[in-house]
Design a protein around this ligand. Structure first.
Ligand code: ADP
Length: 711
């Protein structure tokens, strides 16, 4: 609950409580779940309610309690809100329920009716399952399944619904590390042996074997402490599939895989197994940080630079930064791995706060792709087309050799804007200041911010003109259409969150690409990360300038990182790869540095710019966003906030300003941006400011420490 601090209770006679224990206790008229935050002697002067009952489950570790307290303070959130992210379904505090399954006895059942035969056929092909599921698959009533037990064809088996995870085996042989990998792995092992909080940046180009290096560190942690728990954070669920397979191969056991797409049952299982210290290796998205590890020894944050680590709605947090906090509280080691580390992490490594481990070379014969630009000012595609002649020629060459092409464009749908040629009306989302994106496959216009959708109208809703609506700009669907027209014999497919909306769909697409069944893959961000396509030798970046504009101080860095990631997809096996970047601005710092393969030059320029402007990590930022249904009211409240801002040295306040999306889902928004010197505790400043303001029920206040989004 949104409580500012723990409440006091007495401990009834005969109840044995430890700090961290999960309990039930009265609050107001009801009984609620809670955690024992501290124990102290009762002086008996206060009239306290008593704890109701205690769960028979391991208590939260002291490290977890410290983590919750610290992060609540840092994020300017109530501790109750932070704890809510830790506590999950109450079922996880009880032993696993058992489930009843049915399996074949191997005997011929008596009186084999048609319905019974169907059930026996399903079992033979499918294996044991519940009566309800077998009945569903066989198209019969569950009674037929249970009837077969009497008829001796099936038997009942009972087993835990949440089976434990098999223990990983650190002694299975891994790959033979090349010398640079072995050195890196040794450094990580020494770090683990030293004990206590330790952080390292593992900085290596794509394909340099970083994953194999951190596998060694994981094996070492498991060998030195068989009860050690290890958390591996990945930025995208899309990546967990491939990485999970590698874990199974390396450690001979399935890791626990935690992400928001997992069903309730699997999450209940993982939470319990982690809490009981039985799950050793957890691979997860950012929320895995809040799992109740008991003996966390090592955290790996893969692709640490990835912006998806920043959670941008609900509770705002940067999972990579909180992972460091979690490691510190647990006195554990943390490895941040990336081919394009963030400026923040590089600064920490350069300052010696993190060990700095580099892997400059790719494994084996694989070489980094050659990167070149295509100047769109000189090679302008015809109206309504997006692929320049040089790119089309390179594609033709590649396809002729039987190799694959990836066209990258980080824009879903068909076109980012639909407008009326007659009156100039732009199709906008009804409750946001954003344009609607056209999706041709579904014939819908969709708002990517709110999910609003409508069919593409026949007539302009403004002037009524017929057939006047025209699609402006490209999305992946439109680029795929062009690729199909130009290469009618090629198999062209799209990889975006629309075509790969489930893990299954995504896996299937990636599988087809790996097996060479796709000639041209047109993909968004999802296609950029982690995958290994051995026969992919040409990358065409349709719009390398996309993302460089806008008021985000990390825009240049992010563009650079994405382009490196995309380019890194090419030439992973023995065939050399090539990346062609279509751009209007080949001299832009990010693009020039990419072509020159000079990451350090680029990072240095970016770092200097941040230093001059006092932006992170050379200064601190915090955003305060006020939102109300009533536009007038939000302005009044924003004015009141502006008046009450505390005076402090080294703090500048910008705003209140109307952000780019001044209205979202009918809420009017205003924002303040606080910039502080590095040594100022910006969280404490914002907390002090907030405490001066009387809460207004109809105005939402959101605090975002180190914001990434400025819209
Ligand atoms: P990164 O994480 O740096 O992109 P990976 O660890 O995924 O690199 O390695 C890239 C590819 O090279 C993978 O297919 C991996 O199995 C292979 N690989 C890595 N190290 C070795 C090695 N020492 N010997 C053989 N193959 C290796």
């Amino acid at each position: 609950m949104p409580l500012p601090e723990p409440f006091d209770y007495t401990v009834p006679d005969g109840m044995d409580l430890r700090v961290g224990d999960h309990v039930r206790a009265p609050i107001g008229p009801r009984i609620a779940r809670g955690v024992v935050w501290a124990l102290s002697a009762d002086d008996g002067t206060r009239n306290l309610k008593a704890v109701d009952s205690v769960y028979d489950a391991p208590p939260l570790s002291p490290a977890m309690i410290e983590f919750v307290d610290w992060s609540a303070k840092y994020l300017v959130q109530l501790p109750g809100i932070m704890l809510r992210n830790v506590l999950r379904s109450e079922d996880s505090l009880h032993p696993s329920p058992t489930e009843i399954l049915f399996e074949a006895t191997g005997e011929e059942p008596a009186r084999l009716t048609e319905a019974r035969q169907k059930v026996m056929d399903v079992i033979a092909g499918h294996g044991p399952d519940s009566a309800a599921e077998i009945a569903r698959l066989a198209g019969v009533t569950p009674g037929v399944v249970t009837g077969l037990v009497k008829a001796a064809g099936l038997r009942r088996i009972e087993r835990p619904a949440d089976p434990p995870f098999a223990a990983p085996d650190p002694d299975r042989p891994g790959v033979d590390l090349v010398p640079q990998q072995a050195q890196a792995a040794d450094q990580l092992k020494r770090m683990l042996d030293a004990g206590g909080f330790q952080a390292a940046l593992l900085d290596g180009v794509t394909g340099s074997g970083k994953t194999e290096v951190y596998f060694e560190a994981i094996a070492h942690a498991l060998r030195s402490d068989p009860d050690a728990q290890i958390l591996v954070l990945l930025p995208e669920i899309a990546l967990t599939q491939a990485v999970t397979a590698r874990f199974i191969e390396r450690f001979g056991a399935e890791p626990a895989v935690w992400h928001s797409d997992q069903g309730h049952k699997e999450r209940r299982r993982i939470w319990r197994e982690v809490n009981e210290n039985r799950a050793r290796i957890v691979i997860g998205a950012r929320s895995a940080l809040f799992l109740p590890f008991q003996n966390l020894r090592l955290i790996v944050v893969d692709e640490e630079h990835d912006a998806t680590y920043k959670q941008g709605d609900g509770l705002h947090y940067q999972a990579r930064d909180l992972a460091v906090v979690r490691a510190r509280a647990s006195k554990a080691a943390i490895v941040l791995a990336s081919a394009t580390p963030s400026i923040e992490t590089l600064a920490n490594a350069r300052a010696g706060r993190y060990a700095y481990i580099q892997l400059p070379d790719r494994i084996g014969q694989a070489v980094l792709p050659e990167i070149a630009t295509i100047d769109l000012r000189q090679n302008r595609p015809a109206r309504g087309l997006w692929l320049s002649d040089p790119l089309v020629e390179a594609m033709a060459d590649t396809l002729r050799r039987g190799e694959q092409v990836l066209l990258y464009l980080n824009r879903r749908g068909y076109a980012p804007l639909v407008l009326c040629r007659d009156c100039g009306h732009r199709m906008k989302s009804p409750d946001v200041d954003a344009y609607l994106t056209e999706h041709r496959y579904t014939g819908q216009l969709i708002c990517h911010l709110t999910g609003f959708s409508m069919p593409r109208p026949e007539k302009c809703p403004e002037c009524g003109a017929v057939d006047s609506l025209t699609s402006v700009g490209p999305g992946v669907e439109r680029v795929a259409e062009e690729a199909r027209t130009r290469f009618p014999d090629a198999n062209v497919e799209i990889l975006s969150s629309d075509t790969a909306h489930s893990a299954e769909k995504l896996l299937a697409l990636i599988g087809r690409m790996e097996r060479g069944e796709i000639d041209i893959l047109v993909g968004t961000q999802i296609a950029a990360k982690g995958h290994n396509f051995p026969n992919l030798t040409l990358i065409g970046v349709v719009d390398a300038d996309l993302g460089l504009a806008g008021g985000d101080p990390r825009a240049g860095e992010r563009t650079y990182q994405t382009l490196v990631q995309v380019a890194g997809r090419a030439g992973r096996a023995e065939r050399p790869g090539r990346a062609l970047l279509q751009t209007h601005d080949p001299d832009h710092e990010a693009i020039a540095a990419l072509v020159a393969g000079d990451r350090d030059r680029f990072m240095q320029a970016e770092t200097m710019a941040r230093e001059v402007l006092g932006l992170p990590p050379y200064g601190r930022l915090a955003a305060i966003i006020l939102a109300a249904k009533d536009g007038h009211q939000v302005d009044e409240v924003a004015k009141a906030w502006a008046k009450r801002a505390p005076d402090a040295d080294g703090v500048t306040i910008w705003g209140p300003a109307e952000p780019r999306y001044g209205m979202v889902r009918g809420w009017h928004r205003r924002r303040f941006l606080v910039r502080a010197e590095r040594d100022v505790d910006v969280s404490a400043y914002v907390a002090a400011w907030k405490s001066r303001m009387k809460p207004v029920a109809s105005v939402r206040v959101t605090i975002d420490i180190e914001p990434y989004s400025f819209v």
